[in-house]
Design a protein around this ligand. Structure first.
Ligand code: EPU
Length: 416
């Protein structure tokens, strides 16, 4: 089994480029199912989850072609299957994003329920509630959601929780529904805005993306699109923490600083020097950071996808910080691994109380989910000695060549 090996203690220096966002690419790929036209996506990251999404599109009958390293062309004109199988959905929950597009285009979709997840229960009741409001009948059959609607019609949908993929699924369904759909308490994440731009290009009218109320006016038929994926704000944030935790100085290039405001604020509070440019951020760590508290909330607040990395940083800060998770309340699988590296953390319900230690101690640790793996690599960069992270297939789901990028910053890191 592959491992990532890190010999910590080297302050990172230099510049690193951010790839396209995984969580913006996946909904765009799903949106390509809404049309029998050809869609072209630029700035696509080379990730396992993207490969899984491509496999899913191909199983549905679409033809996907990688024109160059970063560009994908999808031709879904001959897509005919409406079924997303358990074997694909269980490896990537975001496969549920094909539910809205399949139902809207073919009048029927059969998509496996994802099942358990390391970071929490992650129900999809809000996706289903919204589709029902648009006139779909939804039932559960042998582990699969079966949704049917000869024609979807616009509806007023008030989400009980702000859900990112839920909002995206409903926007895509609404883009081919008759009339106007209002989504209240919509997710405001930049990835939702990126998808709205795509749906607009396809011929739907979308207003309010990036706010908590989105209005979609459906079209009778949608055309193909040619659009670019936004930079990955979580990858950018992970490199920013890498600079801070090693006391280094790193320029994170090709990012969108506006999307990183909550993290930049927290890092500055902790004493990290952060300078934001137009499409880059310069981050300089200091000898010993101050402990700061952080609570995860939907965008534009502090992201749950940066919680584990922030916790790794706080393990070596001066003082005690309280990290509270409100989005996925069980998203603390990294805590027990950080403890193996001599971090001082106790759990109190949905909060981790992190007492900063002078130094972490390298250890063999195991990745348990994507962002947890990132936090272990960060801890390894700071720890004296050799850290070995196993089960790294988790990291390959969402970080493109992370060890090569860190190596470029001077880290002693390699894959065995
Ligand atoms: N929720 C419900 N019902 C629903 C949908 C969600 O109760 O029908 C709850 C969830 O259980 C959770 C909260 O709402 O407590 C927010 O979940 P959300 O639906 O927003 O999460 P998601 O759409 O499944 C996306 C990202 C995640 C990211 C979350 C939160 C994608 C493909 N995934 O997941 O990314 O953590 O939003 O920002 O966009 C990651 O990249 O590592 C990752 C997990």
């Amino acid at each position: 089994m592959e491992q990532i090996v890190i010999e910590g203690g080297v302050p990172l220096r230099g510049a690193v480029c951010v790839s396209g966002a995984k969580n913006a690419t996946l909904p765009m790929l799903a949106a390509s199912l809404l049309t029998d036209g050809v869609s072209v996506i630029d700035n696509v990251p080379l990730l396992r989850d993207v490969a899984t999404a491509i496999r899913l599109l191909e199983c549905l009958g679409a033809r996907v072609h990688r024109s160059d390293d970063r560009q994908l062309t999808v031709d879904a004109s001959e897509a005919s299957s409406q079924e997303a199988s358990y074997s694909l959905v269980r490896t990537m929950r975001a496969s549920v994003l094909v539910l809205g597009p399949l139902l809207a285009r073919f009048g029927r979709a059969r998509v496996s329920l994802p099942g358990g997840c390391a970071i929490g229960e992650r129900p999809i009741d809000q996706h289903l509630k919204g589709l029902e409001a648009m006139g779909a009948s939804v039932r559960l059959e042998h582990g699969y959601i079966v949704a049917e609607a000869p024609e979807l019609r616009g509806a007023n949908i008030c989400l009980d929780v702000s859900t990112v993929t839920g909002t995206e699924n409903l926007m895509m369904a609404a883009a081919l529904a008759r009339g106007k759909t209002l989504i209240v308490n919509a997710a405001q994440e930049p990835e939702v805005v990126n998808l709205a731009e795509v749906l607009q290009q396809m011929g739907a009218t979308v207003e309010g993306a990036g706010t908590d109320t989105i209005v979609v006016e459906g079209a009778m038929a949608l055309g193909g699109f040619h659009h670019s994926v936004i930079p990955d704000r979580i990858e950018a944030g992970t490199f920013m923490v890498a600079a801070a935790i090693t006391g280094g100085s790193v320029e994170v290039c090709g990012c969108e600083p506006r999307h990183l405001s909550a993290l930049i604020g927290k890092l500055r509070e902790a004493g990290v020097r952060v300078q934001a440019g137009e499409d880059s951020v310069q981050v300089e760590g200091i000898e010993r950071l101050r402990a700061v508290d952080a609570t995860t909330v939907p965008y534009p607040g502090f992201p749950t996808d940066m919680q584990a990395q922030m916790m790794a940083l706080m393990t070596v800060a001066e003082g005690t910080s309280v990290i509270t998770e409100t989005v996925f309340e069980k998203r603390f699988v990294h805590v027990s691994e950080l403890l193996r590296m001599a971090a001082d953390i106790t759990m109190d319900r949905h909060s981790a109380i992190v007492r900063g230690v002078e130094a972490l101690s390298a250890a063999e640790v195991m990745a348990t989910d994507l962002r947890a793996s990132a936090s272990l690599i960060l801890a390894g960069l700071a720890a004296g000695g050799q850290t070995r992270v196993s089960r790294i297939y988790h990291i390959d789901r969402g970080y493109e060549k992370i060890e090569e990028k860190l190596d470029g910053l001077g880290a002693r890191i390699w894959r065995t």
